[in-house]
Design a protein around this ligand. Structure first.
Ligand code: DOR
Ligand code: ZN
Length: 341
C-alpha cells in the first residue's frame, strides 16, 4: 500500500554527530516532524531555534525532503512575548512543558505550572499548542501512576484555568490518558509511540533486565497498551503518531543508572503498519501516521507518498555514530512489514 508520507509529532534528533547519524532514518520515512527542544542547553530562545533548524537542514542527506518543526522549551522564567513571537514567525510550532526533573535534560523545566500561567495565557490567545510531558515528579507517587496523577492534579486544573489552550498529551502510555483525551474536549489531543503500542511493561524484564526498553513515561500494563492500540486504530482525529525516538549511546543505557529512551526512527513506521495490519485497521493507518498530526497543527499533509509492504525483514541491531553505537527498537527481530520509500 502507499500512504502520504508520515509526520512524526514527537522526535528527538539531538545535535552534532548524533543528529547526523539519526536524522536520515526519520527523513527516509517521514515528511516532517515536531522536534523536541531538550538539548544541552535547551532551545529556549528564537535565536537558538533558528540555529538548530539550520543545523538540522544541514544534516539532511542530499535530496531528502524533510521539514523540521521546532518546539520551545518552557522554563519558569521564559518570556511570554518570546514564545508567541517565535510561534508567529514560524521559529517554532509549539511549546513543550517538561516538569523539572521528569526526564532527560529536564533540569531547566518548569518547577510549578502556575509559574508559567502568563505564558499559557499568551499561547492560548495565539492559538499555540502546549505539548506536555505528562508526569508528576513527586517521589511519593509510584512511577507507574505518574501519568494518571498528572492528568488529575496538573492537566485538568490547567485546562480549567486556560479554557481555550490547546494541549497535546505527548507519548500517552495509559488507559487513563486515552480516556482523558477521547472523552475530553476538542482542544486536547494525544500522540502515541510505536514502542508503547508494541510493548507492555513485561518487556522491561523479559528474561532479565532490559535497559533498551526503558523510556519515560515508563511502559505500562497490558490493559494500558490495549487501550492505546484501540485509540490509535480508532481513526480518531485527535490521536496521532509521535515516535519519541530518543537515541542514547549503548554504554549510557547499559550501565548502573541508564538513560531513558528508545531509538525507534528506523523501525517505528513499519512497526505501526504491522500492528495496524494485525488489528485489521490498515484503512486507518494513514490517518494515524500522516494526516491527524499535521491537521492538528494546521499543516498540510505531505503530497509525497511512502510505500509499505507485508514483506518480512530483520532490522539492524544498532546504528553506529561517531560517539558509539545506538540500539534500534526491534533491531534483530523479525518485522512483518517494511517501508519501501
Ligand atoms: O524516554 C524518554 N527519552 N522520554 C523522554 O521524555 C525524553 C527522552 C529523551 O530525550 O531521551
Ligand atoms: Zn520525548
Amino acid at each position: 500500500m502507499r500512504i502520504r508520507r508520515p509526520f512524526d509529532a514527537h522526535l528527538h534528533l539531538r545535535d552534532g554527530g548524533m543528529l547526523r547519524a539519526v536524522l536520515p532514518s526519520t527523513a527516509s520515512h517521514c515528511a516532517g516532524a515536531l522536534v523536541m527542544p531538550n538539548l544541552v542547553p535547551p532551545v529556549t530562545t528564537r535565536a537558538s531555534a533558528q540555529a538548530y533548524r539550520a543545523r538540522i537542514l544541514e544534516a539532511l542527506p542530499p535530496g531528502a525532503s524533510f521539514e523540521p518543526q521546532l518546539t520551545a522549551y518552557l522554563t519558569d522564567g521564559i518570556d511570554p512575548d518570546e514564545v508567541v513571537a517565535g510561534f508567529e514567525a514560524g521559529d517554532w510550532l509549539a511549546a513543550k512543558l517538561y516538569p523539572a526533573h521528569a526526564t532527560t535534560n529536564s533540569a531547566h523545566g518548569v518547577t510549578d505550572v502556575r509559574r508559567i500561567d502568563p505564558v499559557l495565557a499568551a499561547m492560548a490567545e495565539a492559538g499555540m499548542t502546549l505539548c506536555v510531558h505528562g508526569e508528576v515528579t513527586r517521589p511519593d507517587v509510584d512511577i507507574f501512576d505518574r501519568e494518571a496523577a498528572f492528568l488529575d492534579e496538573i492537566l485538568a486544573p490547567m485546562l480549567q484555568r486556560h479554557p481555550t489552550l490547546r494541549v497535546v498529551v505527548e507519548h500517552a502510555t495509559t488507559k487513563a490518558a486515552a480516556d482523558f483525551v477521547l472523552q475530553g474536549e476538542e482542544r486536547v489531543a494525544m500522540s502515541i509511540t510505536a514502542h508503547h503500542l508494541w510493548w507492555n511493561r513485561n518487556a522491561l524484564f523479559q528474561g532479565g533486565l532490559r535497559p533498551h526498553a526503558y523510556c519515560l513515561p515508563v511502559l505500562k500494563r497490558e490493559r494500558d497498551r490495549e487501550a492505546l492500540v484501540a485509540a490509535a486504530t480508532s481513526g480518531h482525529p485527535r490521536v496521532f503518531f509521535g515516535s519519541d525516538s530518543a537515541p542514547h549511546l549503548v554504554h549510557r543505557k547499559e550501565t548502573d543508572c541508564g538513560c531513558a529512551g528508545v531509538f525507534s526512527a528506523p523501525t517505528a513506521v513499519p512497526a505501526v503498519a504491522a500492528l495496524f495490519a494485525a488489528h485489521g485497521a490498515l484503512d486507518r493507518l494513514e490517518g494515524f501516521l500522516s494526516l491527524h498530526g499535521p491537521a492538528w497543527y494546521g499543516l498540510a499533509p505531505s503530497d509525497e507518498t511512502l510505500g509499505l509492504d507485508a514483506v518480512p525483514w530483520s532490522p539492524d541491531v544498532q546504528i553506529d555514530t561517531v560517539e558509539g553505537p545506538v540500539r534500534i527498537f526491534l533491531g534483530g527481530d523479525e518485522l512483518a512489514w517494511r517501508a519501501a520509500p
